[in-house]
Each structure stands twice: as structure tokens, then as C-alpha cells.
Design a protein around this ligand. Sequence first.
Ligand code: AMP
Ligand code: MN
Ligand code: MN
Length: 320
Amino acid sequence: MNYQDFSENIIKADDIIIFSHVNPDGDTLGSMTALYNVIKNNFQKIPTMVIAGELPEIYEFLPDIEKAVTFDKIEKDRVFDLAVAIDIAAKDRMGMGLPFFENAKVRMNIDHHKTNNGYGDYTLIKPDACSAGEILFDLFEEHGLKIDKNTADALYTSILTDTGGFRFENTSAKTFEIASKLVKYGTKPGTIARYCFESKPKAMVLLQANALINAEFLENQKIAYTCISQKDMEKFNAKEDYTEGIVGALRQIKTTEVAAVLKEVTKQSTKVSLRSKNVDCSKIAAAFDGGGHAFAAGCTIQKPLNIARDKLIEEIKKHI
Ligand code: AMP
Ligand code: MN
Ligand code: MN
């Protein structure tokens, strides 16, 4: 997709919908609100923003995120002129919203996951970009679209969170150049970092501590994993996003090559988060129809927690 495709389709569309992915993170939510602001300020249109499930508390600060709705608030037969998927590696990561994407007259897919298979009518997929926010920044800046402080804050959130605070391998000279420009557009890095990294609910930190205490280590401690059951979630009165960050804490251990968090979603379904240092963990996720990036990937295994764990460990062992 070139800029002309992007702008002409926005100009033609009266009814636009922007999708974020299930288990939303700072990149998908930051990118969605940034695109919303750019369309509002530059094309004088108000898109619909949707969240699949609950908004993580830490992202309540994002500009205009309170305008985002859940899919049950949209009439079932509504046909959008334009649907934009942002940071969504695979179509099924739109959750309940997929029919709205499929039924839209024009579908755009803007993403940086290397496992993205190029669904949609127009695609802008850059696996080298640190975040979907970086792709949007380039698109906006190269074509002179107005980036106000709200847009800058949202894009900065995308970049800050998907680079783990400018620490992961996806952090490049370009990442810092964009961050520098966003600061000139008005973003205060200290403020956004505090929202993203130092505003966790207490129960989230305690759930994390409990998950780390229960961690297991295999293959000379190269594999570090922990399981979180529905019972654990209930014990800490945890919301779905409270498990975010646990897998990163396991990777922090020097000996860890592959870190995994298995979360019981239902008695028959287990969500897996993977992080690694050298191993391409998107290949491990792909063995279970998941995907992601080389060092951060995920999948859902349609098996009970214990069985999913055994199958996952067996697969990880093939890769280390
Ligand atoms: P998570 O562990 O949920 O934070 O996901 C890590 C990375 O893998 C993110 O970039 C996700 O977008 C991606 N990912 C997670 N689950 C899946 C899946 N089922 N299919 C494709 N990509 C996924
Ligand atoms: Mn994401
Ligand atoms: Mn991303």
C-alpha cells in the first residue's frame, strides 16, 4: 500500500473502523489512537475504534481511548466502508470483531509481525519496524500529516512498549530518531514511561510474584516457565492483562534461553506467551498455529493446562 492508496481510501470512506488485537498491548492501542487522531485532524472524519475485551488499566491514559468500544456495541449488520487492522499478526487475533473486518468494503492490514500472511486488500507490513507505531509515524511524517501532541503521545507509547523501553533488539537508530521527533512534538518521555511501566495495579505485581515463585526450570535452566491457573487468577482477583510482564521477568534470568508463561483460559484452552534471547520462538508458536516475532511470540493451545505444558515443553526442547 502506498500513501495514495491510504489517503484515497480514507477520503472515500464515510464509515471507518480501526481494530486492535485481542489481549491488547501498548503498540496496538497506541497505534489505533494515533491513527484515530490523524484521521480526525487531517481528514475531518471520526473513525470507530474497537477493543476486543477489556482495556488494560495502564492504558487508560491514552488520548481518546475512552472513545473505543467493544464489538457488542456495534450493530451486527453494520458494513464499514474501510476497516484498518493495526499490529494484528493474524486475522483471528481480531477476536469477535473478525466479521466486521471481513464484511468491510475495503480492508487494510498495517503490521510489523514477520508471521503476518498479508490478509486484506491493502497491506503495509514492515517486519523491520520496531512497532506498528513506527510504520504509522513514517506514513504520517513523510506525507506532511499533522502530528499533534495526542498523536505523538500515542505513537511514543507504541514504540516505548514494543521495544521494552528501548531495550529489545528491535531498537535501532531509527527508533531513537523517531522518539526524538515525538518529544519535539510535545511528548514527555518520563510521563509516558511512568504510565506504561510504573502504574501497575498492586494485585498485578503480587500475581507476578506468585507466578515467579512457582516457576520451573529445565534443560540446564535454559527453559524457564510458569503456569497460571484460573484459581491463581481468582486468588489475586486478577484481570486478564495482569499476567502481562511475567514472561519478561523469566527471560531476565541469565541462564534463560526460552521463557514461557502458560495461562489457563478455560478447562480446554491454554494461552502461551514466549520470549527468547537467541532462539526464534515464533517457530515454536507456529507449531501451535500461533506466531509473532523472533524473540516474542504467542499461541493458544486447545488443550487443558497440564497437557498444553507437556506439548509445549516437548516443542521448545526441539529448538534449543
Ligand atoms: P504476547 O505474549 O501475548 O505478548 O505475544 C507476543 C507476540 O506474539 C506479540 O507480538 C503478539 O502479537 C504475537 N502473538 C501472540 N499470540 C499470537 C497468535 N496466536 N498468533 C500470532 N501472533 C501471536
Ligand atoms: Mn501487539
Ligand atoms: Mn507490535
